[in-house]
Write a protein that binds this ligand. Structure first.
Ligand code: GRF
Length: 200
């Protein structure tokens, strides 16, 4: 299974995918919309091809997305993984990769779509928080959820301590979900997500 990963920053989820033992997938390329980010170094250190496509150099989202599609499709990927990629994608991009585009979002969706999820969970007085992996559809952070992990919110937590605890779960579940897809256990059907042929 040929996987292309899109990042904008640190790339700790990319690292977790690179580090999984006996992984049933190959990360064939990493794209970033930002130059100089640590995730690019992680990819290079692992011998993975990298591309920087600065969104600021394109007149609009559609043109930027078409430039990404051109690069991504050279790798003939089976799966596109968004791992801390901080750009909203156009309908054309999402449709082009329909059923083979997944994202990780640091909340228990459908709660807290968008940004600052950890702070919002704390301010709401939630007892639990977590992370979701989902197929990407045209609704931002709204595609069908594949897997979630829950963490307790502890007394004294701030957004940073909570984010760190959530990240620990991200690094466990995201490589596993990519493995499910690679092993053809995971599919997006008209009726929703199927794992081993069973609706989730
Ligand atoms: C993660 O918290 C992920 O949930 C969110 O962006 C962050 C990416 O972290 N979408 P990293 O770049 O993988 O370290």
């Amino acid at each position: 299974c040929r996987v292309v990963v899109l990042i904008s920053g640190n790339g700790s989820n990319l690292q977790a995918m690179l580090d999984l033992a006996d992984k049933p997938y190959d990360i064939v390329a990493v794209l970033s919309n930002k130059d100089g980010v640590y995730g690019l170094q992680r990819a290079a250190d692992a011998g993975v091809s990298t591309h920087v496509i600065p969104h600021t150099q394109y007149p609009d989202r559609e043109t930027f997305d078409q430039a990404m599609i051109q690069v991504i499709d050279q790798y003939q990927p089976d799966l596109i993984v968004l791992a801390g990629f901080m750009r909203i994608l156009s309908s054309a991009f999402v449709q082009h990769y329909q059923g083979r585009l997944i994202n990780i979002h640091p909340s228990l969706l459908p709660k807290y779509k968008g940004t600052k999820t950890h702070q919002r969970a704390l301010e709401a007085g939630d007892k639990e928080h977590g992370v979701s992996v989902h197929f990407v559809t045209e609704e931002l952070d709204g595609g069908p959820v594949v897997r979630q992990a829950v963490v307790d919110i502890l007394p004294g937590d701030d957004a940073d301590t909570l984010a760190a605890r959530v990240a620990g779960e991200e690094h466990k579940i995201y490589p596993e979900v990519v493995s499910w897809f690679a092993l053809k256990r995971l599919k997006l059907s008209d009726s929703g997500v199927l794992l081993d042929g069973t609706p989730l």
